[in-house]
Design a protein around this ligand. Sequence first.
Ligand SMILES: C[S@@+](CC[C@H](N)C(=O)[O-])C[C@H]1O[C@@H](n2cnc3c(N)ncnc32)[C@H](O)[C@@H]1O
Length: 157
Amino acid sequence: MWLTLLYGCAGGAALLYALYRWVIPSVVQYHAGLALVWHDTIVEGLLNTLTQTTRPQRMLAAVQKNATRGDPRSVVKAIDQFCRQKEWAMNVGDEKGCILDSVVTEVNPATVLELGTYCGYSTVRIASLLPPDAKLITLEFNPHNAAIAQIPSLFLM
Ligand SMILES: C[S@@+](CC[C@H](N)C(=O)[O-])C[C@H]1O[C@@H](n2cnc3c(N)ncnc32)[C@H](O)[C@@H]1O
C-alpha cells in the first residue's frame, strides 16, 4: 500500500517535471501567444514565487557566476546559456543577435540609440562591437530592468 503510494507520487512528480521541462515548451513554441503565456506568465510567476527573485535577478546571477570581467562576449554567452538551459527571456537572443552583430559591424556607427534595454544583453552585444569613441544610448522604462542592466555593462571594462 505505502509502496504503491510512493510509486504513484514519484511517477506523478516525474510526469509533472516532464510536462514543465519538455512537453509544454515543445508544444507552445509554435504559437507566439501561448509561448508568451507559458514562459512569461506561468513559469516566470511560479519561479518568482518559489525563489523570491525576479527573472532579471536570476539572469544577473548567471552572468555574475559565469561571465568574466573585460570579456563582453562571456556576458552574451552566459545569458544565452541561461536562456537555453534555464529560462526563456525576451532578449534578442543568439540567432537574431548574429544579424544585429553584422549590421553593427557593417554600419560601424558613431552613435547608437537602443530602445528597450531589458537586462542589457543587446546593449553589451552592440557595445562590444563599437569603436572606442562611439556613443551608445539605451532606454528602458522599467526601473527594475534598468537597474539590472547596468551590471552586465560593467563586464565591458
Ligand atoms: C524585448 S525587450 C528588449 C530586449 C533587449 N533589447 C535585448 O535584446 O536584450 C523590450 C524592453 O523594452 C522596454 N520598453 C518597452 N516600451 C518602452 C518604452 N516606451 N520606453 C523604454 N523602454 C521600453 C521593456 O520594459 C522591455 O524591457
